[in-house]
Design a binder for this molecule. Structure first.
Ligand SMILES: [Zn+2]
Length: 267
């Protein structure tokens, strides 16, 4: 058992809050820093199913990628999903923390996990979010390269096999082989032009819309939309292992959500 503060310090070492975007809401969102934590459940979203999983397994802290509370709330209506969930969490004394864009940006975070999963090496920064005086540069997304050029359909299949999804959507921009790849986990379609300008042969992200796909084709760059869920979910297991390692001296039990899936299914 450790104090919640100790868990938050461990999370800070993995995904420092200063890396987060201004609009984001990472950190401890429910619970108390002086609360005793027995067991931690790591997940992407704090869904009702995840809260049930925590109750069932005896986890009294949930560490999620997506913040449960994003904007200011003016009422806690327990007949609505968020209010009911907050009530359930408080009733069971379950603390909730989030590491969102700070975990996207952090070294070894969501984007690095995605890059490794889909076979990219020689990673460098993509969308710069901060630049320190000592020369340290932080970025959302990564640019990397494949060991050898590939046909884009083969690359799309490779991504499908690597990620927790049964399909990916390929925006094929023509016969251009793929070697240099830009990526942004989750919803990264806003960076399509930037990826093209940086010379990427293909861009991997989720949540791409029709006209965004059109832009990519017009700029001669392939896009592989592997889905918001599938591009982010692999970090859950990694974050679970890293938290367990950070808290090893306390023998803290950290488990990963293995039950959640994508909202989208194909029929
Ligand atoms: Zn996301």
């Amino acid at each position: 058992m450790v104090k919640c503060q100790v868990v938050m310090d461990a999370l800070e070492r993995i995904a420092p809050k200063r890396l987060a975007e201004d609009w984001d809401n990472p950190g401890l969102l429910v619970g108390a820093f002086n609360q005793d934590i027995r067991k931690i459940l790591v997940c992407l979203d704090v869904s009702d199913a995840v809260v049930e999983q925590a109750v069932k397994t005896g986890a009294n802290m949930i560490v999620a990628h997506h913040p449960l509370i994003f904007k200011g709330i003016k009422k806690i209506r327990t007949d609505l999903p968020l209010g009911a969930r907050l009530q359930n969490l408080l009733k069971h004394d379950i603390a909730v923390a989030a590491a969102h864009t700070n975990l996207d940006i952090a070294v070894g975070g969501v984007n690095d996990v995605l890059a490794e999963a889909i076979g990219l090496g020689k990673l460098s920064t993509f969308v710069i979010t901060s630049q320190e005086e000592d020369g340290t540069v932080e970025s959302l997304g990564r640019i990397g390269s494949l060991p050898a050029p590939m046909e884009v359909t083969d690359f799309a299949r490779q991504i499908r096999e690597a990620l927790p999804t049964e399909h990916v959507r390929l925006v094929n921009a023509g016969p251009r082989p793929v070697r240099k790849v830009a990526l942004c986990s989750g919803s990264g379609a806003e960076f399509i032009q930037k990826a093209a300008f940086m010379g990427a042969d293909a861009y991997v992200t989720g949540d791409v819309k029709y006209h965004e796909a059109q832009t990519a084709v017009e700029m001669g760059m392939h896009v592989i939309d592997a889905g918001h869920f599938a591009t982010e979910f692999p970090v859950v297991e990694v974050l679970c292992e890293r938290l367990a390692a950070e808290l090893a001296e306390y023998h803290m039990e950290v488990i990963a959500d293995t039950e959640s899936g994508d909202f989208f299914t194909i029929v």
